[in-house]
Design a binder for this molecule. Structure first.
Ligand code: PSU
Ligand code: MN
Length: 306
């Protein structure tokens, strides 16, 4: 296939894929646009370590010098986290950013597609994009959701941030045939908070059961992702009611400042970190690490079952 000439797969990742070792894909928008420097770069490296400690090889994905890079070195992570001049690349931006040799951090949608190109089945992030509040007027629905309806890469996240309309996001996932599995509890999690107030469509208690569901889905020819929602650890969660105050303020700021399109999600993420005096950032980091652990276990189980 033609896309191979654009791929630059890190030798360690390539070797793991060929030798059928577990690999976990990681996104880079969370580094460049989701967290402030230097915590973003530090977190990215720690998350990679956690993936390794749990028996899988990490592959952080980004676009650099006209190449789609699968697996990054420290300098590349540092550049993405610190340069301030990095594109947020969702699917629609990929041809432009690649052909213009621009630096790009990939969203959930773009990272999933690239992971599939490279043959990686498991992808870990913090939170996915979804249906925004007010989408009945704005039609602001993340490309992440559409991508999840067609690409065979499972996504581990801490649920969905309540900057979004969680109810509508769950409806959208159902409409598009995307299974939603919450790990070890009945309620669907809301990123900083263990519970969103919505019941999870499915609950599963072990990584092995999750990998069984993935195998079954894809063997049945049911294309698309599975959303694995992993609740934030109890000791670091921020209760929903507290977050809601900050989120409402952030949403109001976005409207007052005419923030539009792809800028909305990064604006809200930054605004919430500022408003919580950095507390939300601590939770954000802890939940991504927690997801990395579960994602690596699922990747391992998926390989062991084949
Ligand atoms: N939600 C989060 N943290 C994030 C993002 C979303 O809680 O870092 C990032 C992810 O990269 C996601 C992207 O794919 O934002 C979605 O952007 P948009 O809503 O513009 O599709
Ligand atoms: Mn959008």
């Amino acid at each position: 296939m033609d896309f191979k000439k654009y791929l630059n797969i890190h030798p360690e990742v390539e070797n793991a894929i060929t030798e059928k070792k577990p690999v976990v894909a990681l996104e880079s928008t969370i580094i460049a646009h989701g967290m402030p420097y230097p915590k973003n770069v530090q977190t990215a490296m720690e998350v990679e370590d956690i993936v390794r400690k749990n028996g899988a090889i990490p592959a952080t994905i980004a676009i650099l010098n006209g190449k789609i890079c699968v697996g990054l070195n420290k300098e590349q992570l540092e550049m993405l986290g610190n340069s301030g001049d990095v594109w947020k690349v969702s699917l629609r931006d990929m041809p432009y950013v690649v052909s213009k040799n621009l630096p790009g951090a990939t969203t959930v949608a773009a990272t999933m597609r690239i992971a599939a190109m490279a043959g990686i089945k498991i992808f870990v992030t913090g939170g996915i994009g979804g249906v925004h509040r007010g989408a009945e007027k704005t039609m602001d629905i993340s490309a992440d959701l559409i991508e999840m309806s067609r690409t065979n890469v499972a996504v581990v996240s801490a649920g969905v941030k309540s900057i979004l309309d969680i109810g509508l996001t769950l409806e959208f996932l159902e409409t598009h045939g995307i299974p939603v599995i919450t790990y070890s509890q009945d309620g669907f999690p809301a990123f900083y908070s263990r519970n969103s107030g919505f019941r999870s469509p499915l609950r599963v208690n072990t990584a092995n059961e999750i990998s069984n569901i993935l195998n079954t889905k894809w063997e049945l020819g049911l294309d698309g992702s599975v959303l694995i929602a992993n609740p934030i650890p109890e000791n670091i969660e921020v209760p929903k009611e507290i977050m809601e105050v900050y989120i409402k303020q952030a949403l109001k700021d976005a409207i007052d400042q005419n923030i539009e399109g792809k800028e909305i999600t990064p604006f809200l993420l930054k605004s919430i970190v500022n408003k919580t005096g950095g507390d939300s950032l601590k939770s954000n980091i802890a939940l991504v690490k927690n997801n990395a652990e579960l994602g690596a276990k699922i990747a391992k189980s998926l390989i062991d079952s084949q």
